[in-house]
Design a protein. Structure first.
Length: 270
């Protein structure tokens, strides 16, 4: 049984010898008969003896000739690496668009303006004397914030017309401990923005969300608070992620759900 197993393994690994010319990546060739191979290396019997070479030393055409199954595996891995690192795409054409020529980048940021003093007009009669004293001792400032999506497209055909559609949701987390006067903003969901593109090969497109608001407080000069009065310094609503999908002529080219980026592997990647 053991002998049979050894024979079967040998049959899996040993290749019928055949004369071939191996082309090396750094130049030069090796001529001989391939007598053994696996997915890491192979052995060739040349005129000056046996040589062990690794597949990465060979040009693609030699890998394809000697080990076509491995060649197909390497092509898939190379494509995946290209997608994940370079942000390039397959050479598939869809809807008349050659996506291999197009590059896409998507960046999301949260922007905020400068704090501005706001006058708070509240009915203080329902509050205790200590709360009234605290609030009269404080200046309130408000800042308008917003989310921004920046889309860069390069490699379009300037002679063609394109229709770009972006659908986004911008999630806002309300501050439950904010002062009663603080504005509370609702999340934006499934907002559609469209752009007609023509005449250029590159586009830089900005999309801005609806505003949300942050606040801070400062003591008026000369005022003091008791230790029991825990004054808030900064508070307000906060951005809590995005859902984004981008379509070019009805082909999905970018998709991000709940802050986890997921791409359509057949089309443009960022």
């Amino acid at each position: 049984m053991k002998k049979l197993t050894v024979i079967l393994l040998a049959l899996l690994l040993v290749v019928v010898c055949f004369p071939t010319t191996v082309y090396l990546r750094k130049g030069g060739t090796v001529e001989g008969e391939v007598i053994w191979k696996d997915d890491e290396k192979f052995v060739i019997k040349a005129a000056d003896g046996e040589k062990t070479l690794k597949w990465r030393q060979l040009k693609n055409k030699s890998i394809e000739e000697i080990h076509p199954e491995l060649y197909e595996k390497l092509k898939v891995k190379a494509l995946e690496k290209k997608i994940n690192i370079d942000g390039k795409v397959t050479k598939e054409k869809k809807n008349g668009i050659d996506f291999s020529r197009i590059h896409l980048s998507v960046e999301k940021t949260e922007k905020g303006g400068a704090y501005k003093k706001v006058n708070i007009d509240l009915d203080l009669d329902k509050y205790s004397s200590s709360v009234k004293r605290e609030w009269k001792s404080i200046r309130f400032y408000e800042k308008e914030c917003y989310g921004k999506i920046n889309i860069k497209l390069n490699g379009l055909d300037s002679k063609k017309k394109y229709y770009l559609k972006t659908i986004y949701s911008h999630y806002i987390k309300n501050d439950e401990n904010a002062r009663p006067f603080a504005k509370k903003t609702s999340s934006e969901k499934n907002i559609v923005k469209t752009n007609n593109l023509s005449g250029e090969i590159s586009y830089d497109i900005d999309i801005t969300s609806s505003p949300f608001y942050c606040y801070k407080e400062k003591l008026k000069s000369g005022c003091q608070l008791n230790e029991d009065n825990k004054r808030k310094k900064e508070y307000g609503d906060k951005a809590d992620g995005w859902d984004i999908s981008i379509w070019l002529d009805d082909t999905l080219i970018y998709k991000e759900i709940n802050r986890k980026c997921r791409m359509d592997p057949k089309n443009i990647l960022h």
